[in-house]
Design a protein around this ligand. Sequence first.
Ligand SMILES: Nc1ncnc2c1ncn2[C@@H]1O[C@H](COP(=O)(O)OP(=O)(O)OP(=O)(O)O)[C@@H](O)[C@H]1O
Ligand SMILES: [Mg+2]
Length: 278
Amino acid sequence: MSEPLLSVSGLRVSFPGAGWRARDHEVLHGVDLRIEAGRTHGLVGGSGSGKTTLGRAILGLVPVAGGTITFDGHPIHAVGGRRRRRLSRDIQVIFQDPFTSLNPSLTIGDTLAEPLLAQHRSAREARARVAALLDAVALPADAMGRLPREFSGGQRQRIAIARALAIGPRLIVCDEPVSALDLTTQRTVLDLLQEVQRTTGVAYLFVSHDLAVVRHVSDVVSVIRRGEIVESGPAAQVTERPQHPYTRRLLLSAPVADPAAQRVRREAYRREFAGTET
Ligand SMILES: Nc1ncnc2c1ncn2[C@@H]1O[C@H](COP(=O)(O)OP(=O)(O)OP(=O)(O)O)[C@@H](O)[C@H]1O
Ligand SMILES: [Mg+2]
């Protein structure tokens, strides 16, 4: 098998416990994950299962207590300072909330130019790149001079995508990137992410609690429960023939639009999980 772009192995992350001399509280208990270049790896699990923490560990935003994270063959779980800043060229992030992830006092043009200027591109080069980025995410060129508050949630998420793409990353951690959007806007943003992947070859770690969304965009899906991966495999296999009861539960508890199908689903859930803890 070829070398993956990103490889997480035996990853453990702990947070300090609350209170005086409280014990550390481990939230990832030895997580393994591989992301291939140019592919989408979906990560699903319930609230508090550790999805965001795993993404933040990859981005170097939480300390790693054990295990390794390797990017492009190099260990990155313990790098800091200049090397970590250089890594941000390759690994970028899109957060869930488009209303807090953009600096409210910067114009869109300045927001998008910032990472380019930090890479010592000339102002002229940055300007041309910003125009190309806005075009790539289907926003009008005059967006450049406007502030985030003048845009809708879906448009802001497009801006966040443009910002993540600005310096040509190879991996983007997408943490619930469409969860705050209505269904139609979700679809256009997901289509945009896929289009971007086709044209740039960027890989995604796509975090969501929504199996339907993950199934739609992922090549591979991992299911995380209480800090452990319980199942991982090709998206179709994991979402259509789940092996682990937790995955089946996630599938059966996802809402469906059709009331008749929803009834069948509810019955199946009851049969399978009657009397068990959720
Ligand atoms: N900075 C922190 N300090 C202490 N505990 C934390 C911190 N960040 C996360 N946790 C804990 O780690 C666990 C996993 O949290 P995480 O945010 O990774 O879950 P999640 O799967 O992203 O959930 P959600 O779907 O709600 O976003 C939770 O029990 C949470 O309380
Ligand atoms: Mg989260």
